[in-house]
Design a protein around this ligand. Sequence first.
Ligand SMILES: NCCCCC[C@@H](C[SeH])C(=O)O
Ligand SMILES: [Zn+2]
Ligand SMILES: [Zn+2]
Length: 307
Amino acid sequence: TKAHDYTKYNSWATINDWAVSISSANANLISRQVIGNTYEGRPMHLLTVGKKTGSAKPAVFMDCGFHAREWITHAFCQWFVNEAVSTYGSDPEMTNLLDRMDFFVLPVFNIDGYEYTWTKDRMWRKTRSKNSGSSCIGTDPNRNFNAGWCTTGASSNPCSDTYCGSSPESEIESKNLANFIRTNKSIIKAYLTVHSYSQLLLFPYSYKYGLAADHSELLSVSQGAIAALRTLYGTRYTSGPGATTIYPAAGGSDDWAYDLGVKYSYTFELRDEGRYGFLLPESQIKPTCEETMLAVKYIASYVLNNL
Ligand SMILES: NCCCCC[C@@H](C[SeH])C(=O)O
Ligand SMILES: [Zn+2]
Ligand SMILES: [Zn+2]
């Protein structure tokens, strides 16, 4: 497999090897577990990043690669893990975060779809599961969670790119993630799901126009996060509830996590605003990841200070 490079888009085989090597090279800060397999049988590796204290710490759960074509997101999760272990001990904020919290990082949620974008169709979005009664493949995993499931901004047509699936958590990938979060919900204080593109920081709800109970707090934290992001290169983000800030969309993992009780639940839409879209050039991986680090650290620090 090709050598891993944080400033390039890496294939799943390379990411998989990277996960093994970075966790064994930083055994004091990273542990690795499989939370289940994908439809095509690939193991979903979850990295737990944080100082090992032997006791459960409050945690942030972050996933990347929900949608296969959103390659900058896979790159960000890899960047985050490396930045965390590389700046532990030197960056006071990151050191504090890793001493007192854990980050559950799922670098690639939709592995089957990601592989498919490398081999067959760069613009693929969905999972790669077979839909009974249809020749069309895949479900949109971000319409597949039990949160207003399939009521708005989703399609019940298996051939649609926003197909909600045959039922909530019909996708094994969704089931694996939901099971992990349900099992660990007492320690998971924040859920971050990283998508692209549009430069947005979204929070519940997307399945209805009604404001979340924690709307004002979620809004103010998001405003602080995008202000922090903007300090590096001036990149402008917009934040707000999904339904009014992007579009109504039911079945999202963020809405589901929020209704489960994970208060700080956010969806990132990374660079850009459409010039390159999903085909963001590799030259933008570093700046995109560096600025996004600031937003993620802002949110995590806020959560830690408001436990
Ligand atoms: N839970 C819905 C959050 C808003 C929509 C996010 C975008 C990411 Se590509 C989508 O899933 O269409
Ligand atoms: Zn997406
Ligand atoms: Zn998107």
